[in-house]
Every structure is written in C-alpha cells, then in structure tokens.
Design a protein around this ligand. Structure first.
Ligand code: IDP
Ligand code: MG
Length: 149
C-alpha cells in the first residue's frame, strides 16, 4: 500500500483541528501508521520545504511551521498520496472546494492547516525526514476486508 506524509500545521493544532483532520483520514479508510506531535526544528523545516527555498514566502513559512507544535503522520492506503491531496484541497484555501479540509477550515494560503506529500518521490523523501523506519507501524486494520475489493 502507498504511504504519504501528512502534517497538521501549527495553525491546525492551535485551532483544535487535529481530531477533525485525523477523523477525516480514518473515515476515508486511510490507515495511520505513524503519528507524533512535536515542534519541528528549523533545520528539519528547511529540509522539508527545500523546494521552496528561493521563494519569497520561504522565511515566513519556516518561521511559522516551527512556531509551535505540529502533528506529523504517515498515512497508508490505496493511492494514499493522491487521496490525501484531495482530502486537503487546493493550496490556496480560497480555491479549495467545500468538503476539503482547506475548503472547510481555512482562508489564507499561509495558514492552510495541513500538508501532504505531492508525489511518490516527495512522500519517500518527507517520510524519511520526519520518521525512522522503526517508528512506522506495520499492521492490518480489521475493516480492510470491507474497504478493498
Ligand atoms: P502544498 O502545501 O499544497 O503542497 P506548496 O506549493 O508546496 O503547497 O507550498 C507549501 C506551503 O507554502 C503551502 O501549503 C503554504 O502554506 C505555503 N505557501 C505556498 N505559496 C504561498 C504564498 O504564495 N504565500 C504564502 N505562503 C505560501
Ligand atoms: Mg507542496
């Protein structure tokens, strides 16, 4: 099963949306295989967002993402990368469809509540940045017999 990296950013934690985000992920059928709350270091934040290093919003993004606790997860399931991006919605919440996390809970691109990897390469890279192999659980969820054909 495909794995992806998901984060509830500091704004999501401060707004009490951790449970809401996890609930949507679990109800969809995706499986949590790793979960942690911590304050991400500046070094990890810069590595995580390295593709944006030259962008004008990069310093503010790193400052915000390290400003308080965030929740990091590895989420697994069929097409988990694409499904998670769809659950989160468009990067700019103004463009995010109602029913998505960003479309239901956010207004500003710099405070868009959640992150999810955008490709298989990004997922592998981001999972390795945030988790050790030994921190990723390997188990079957009992409802998988009903979820998958
Ligand atoms: P994504 O989170 O949907 O993958 P990216 O384009 O990879 O979007 O951007 C990473 C994060 O950087 C966004 O989620 C958002 O928080 C922030 N960001 C992106 N573009 C802007 C911008 O124009 N101004 C401020 N923040 C931005
Ligand atoms: Mg991105």
């Amino acid at each position: 099963m495909e794995q992806t990296y998901v984060m509830v950013k500091p704004d999501g934690v401060q707004r009490g949306l951790v449970g809401e985000v996890i609930s949507r992920i679990e109800k969809r059928g995706l499986k949590l295989v790793a979960l942690r709350m911590n304050v991400i270091s500046e070094a990890i934040a810069k590595e995580h967002y390295s593709e944006h290093a030259s962008k004008p919003f990069f310093p503010g993004l790193v400052e915000f993402i390290t400003s308080g606790p965030s929740v990091s997860m590895v989420v697994a399931g069929k097409d988990a990368i694409r499904v998670m991006r769809a659950i989160n919605g468009a990067t700019n919440p103004v463009d995010a469809a109602p029913g998505t996390i960003r479309g239901d809970f956010a207004l500003d691109v710099g405070r868009n509540v959640v992150h999810a990897s955008d490709s298989p390469d990004a997922a592998a890279r981001e999972i390795a940045i945030h988790f050790k192999d030994s921190e990723i659980g390997k188990y079957s969820r009992i409802d998988e017999v009903c979820l998958y054909e």
